[in-house]
Design a protein around this ligand. Structure first.
Ligand code: ATP
Length: 228
């Protein structure tokens, strides 16, 4: 569950990115975050992950008030949130397997369990056969699948994706969307900032539209609704 009330975000340089955001997202929802460039989409998702701190307002993620969250407790919050970026952000010198094992929050896990978990997520993204490759040896779509596998390796309640198909061709983008739908069908909340009109209009979900730092539209099974 994600709950924001009166959230404002002014960056240190004085740019006001969000202005009085009130929103509630239930566990298991699939939400597109849309809007023109600079509308505040990335800022909105970065607040959920506590990459940024709001200048005002309250944010509650899975019952935790972020305002009260101590710095040293941030890793606990993030264990419940997987993040997928437009540019994948894989570690270039590690194999696919190592990238995933590295991301696993290992709490006295024996190596057998780690291997099983890594292979399970690789199976979900259909990349078991690429476990020993390094990211440079994979296509963009494959690299994005690895980054999705990494995002879900700790079984998070929420997956945040900021323009996950931004660097991919249309066909590959559809494959990536199927994986997000599968993850969502398993009960994980998916929040995706996107500029892809085709995807938003074809795979209908809740749409939250931003303009100039405010929410101007919030619709179930909504449309993309912008010219860009
Ligand atoms: N780290 C930062 N420091 C200062 N200003 C920032 C920072 N990040 C974003 N901004 C500003 O905040 C506003 C909202 O930016 P944001 O990246 O959230 O928009 P966006 O909707 O994600 O845009 P895009 O679609 O281009 O990614 C913009 O005016 C942007 O220039």
């Amino acid at each position: 569950m994600i709950e924001m009330q009166g959230v404002q975000m002014v960056y240190p340089n004085g740019v006001s990115a969000l202005n009085g955001i009130d929103v509630s997202i239930s566990q298991g929802e699939f939400v597109y975050v849309v809007g023109p460039s600079g509308a505040g989409k990335s800022t909105f998702v970065s607040l959920i992950y506590r990459e940024e701190k709001p200048t005002d307002g309250s944010i509650i993620i899975n019952g935790v008030h972020l305002r009260k969250l101590k710095e040293r407790k941030i890793p606990y919050l993030r264990r419940d949130i997987g993040v997928v970026y437009q540019d994948f952000k894989l570690l270039p010198r590690l194999t696919v397997y190592e990238n995933l094992a590295f991301a696993l929050e290992v709490i006295e896990e024996n190596p057998k369990n780690i291997k099983k978990r890594v292979m399970d997520v690789l199976d979900l993204v259909k990349l078991k056969h690429k476990a020993r490759q390094i990211p440079d040896e994979l296509s963009g779509g494959e690299q994005q699948r690895v980054s999705i596998a990494r995002a879900i390796i700790n079984n998070p309640k929420i997956v945040i994706a900021d323009e996950p198909t931004g660097n991919l061709d249309p066909e590959t983008s559809w494959e990536i969307m199927q994986i997000f739908e599968e993850i969502n069908n398993r009960g994980t909340t998916v929040i995706m900032a996107t500029h892809s009109r085709d995807i938003v209009n074809a795979i209908r979900k809740r749409v939250i539209a931003f303009e100039d730092g405010t929410i101007v539209r919030d619709e179930d099974r909504g449309e993309y609704g912008y010219e860009i």
